[in-house]
Design a protein around this ligand. Sequence first.
Ligand SMILES: Cc1cc2nc3c(=O)[nH]c(=O)nc-3n(C[C@H](O)[C@H](O)[C@H](O)COP(=O)(O)OP(=O)(O)OC[C@H]3O[C@@H](n4cnc5c(N)ncnc54)[C@H](O)[C@@H]3O)c2cc1C
Length: 386
Amino acid sequence: MEASVYDYAIIGSGAAGLHLAAALSSDPYFKNKSLLILEKDPERDNYPTWCFWEKGKGKWDNIISKSWNKTIFTSQNGTQQNIGLGAYTYKMVHGKDFYLETKRRLEGSNQVYWVQQDVVDVMQGLPNRIKTKSGDEYLANHVFDSRIDPDFFEEKGKYSYLKQHFEGWVIETKEKVFYPDAFTMMDYRLVYPGTTSFTYILPFTPTQALVEYTFFSPDVVEKDVYKHYLNWYIKDFLKADDFKVLRTESGVIPMSDYPFHQYNNEYLTKIGTAGGWVKGSTGYSFKNAERKSRIIIENLKANKIPGLQLMKKRFRIYDTLFLDVLYSHNERGPAIFRDMYRKNDIKTIFSFLDEQTSLGKEIEVMNTFDKWLFFKTILKKLIRFE
Ligand SMILES: Cc1cc2nc3c(=O)[nH]c(=O)nc-3n(C[C@H](O)[C@H](O)[C@H](O)COP(=O)(O)OP(=O)(O)OC[C@H]3O[C@@H](n4cnc5c(N)ncnc54)[C@H](O)[C@@H]3O)c2cc1C
């Protein structure tokens, strides 16, 4: 018997796969299209907490567990900036809630099929042949794939590559030490020597928060380092001697200008981290996944290659430059971010990071950085390419 051919298959029901599935199933244009979702681990219980900024109302407001309209940036010398977010809100969603909500939204569609399968290969063609560990095969006209290509790990030396690595603790303190109205984007008072490292805080109540020690650096550190710096920060800077850890989370997010989009063609599109949807210079990708899914939808409707124009060249260049500077001068990160937050308003920073600024605005932002440092990096890069 001839196996059925799905119109689309999504490999991986993580942030990107779920965003894309939700976008496809909510658009009436796709109501007669079949979608297969292949996930190796459907009962995932290790979803992280995702945060993102957006203006006004958003698509996921019904599952936002906490939001903030103010942020705090603290530089190495202790100078604190309290920044109102204006039209923006910083929102937090629990991964599990996002998973359950997208699943609920997809339930209405009888064209969506979920299977628990570990995909081992995709033989590209029309249709694509998806091979799984169990030996079962599936056919689909277009595959959206969240598996990172192994070439990335082999070739990463050729590209700008930092790691955002961190450990976070949700803690409960005895005293009221948190100000739940403002989250801390970066606190540089406690820096691991020679690196770009900072504390990030999401306060939920005056006595409960996620406190995370984060690096943007070429190499990860021993587990004990995060632990030591978290304890140090909580005791000396929050002045909370008495606290208990309710939950921990950790991660390593690639910050790279690797050309992930090179794998996209008429048969297959890489999505999520595997598709370069993690913003190279920040490590954020949740909101990006929503945006890129929308572009894919528009491309499909216009009969174009789905992965067309997912990446903006100009912003890839900025990300490369930024990553190169941080790679070669990792110790300069605290000053670079201080200048960024001191000399630009938050609206400009957010829209720049969202890749929605004009060239004129981008030049203004560039002007707020240490020009000599960036110029040296460009020069070095040009010499390397000669
Ligand atoms: C702890 C943590 C916190 C983060 N916080 C934020 C944040 O606050 N804001 C933000 O914007 N970004 C954040 N990120 C970064 C980014 O949003 C996440 O890494 C995001 O999950 C990436 O989405 P993804 O779909 O590419 O990968 P994932 O969410 O990891 O999903 C990939 C899915 O594919 C499945 N899969 C993999 N291989 C196969 C296979 N062979 N066959 C079938 N299925 C497969 C996996 O099981 C998984 O479910 C965070 C990352 C981490 C690790």
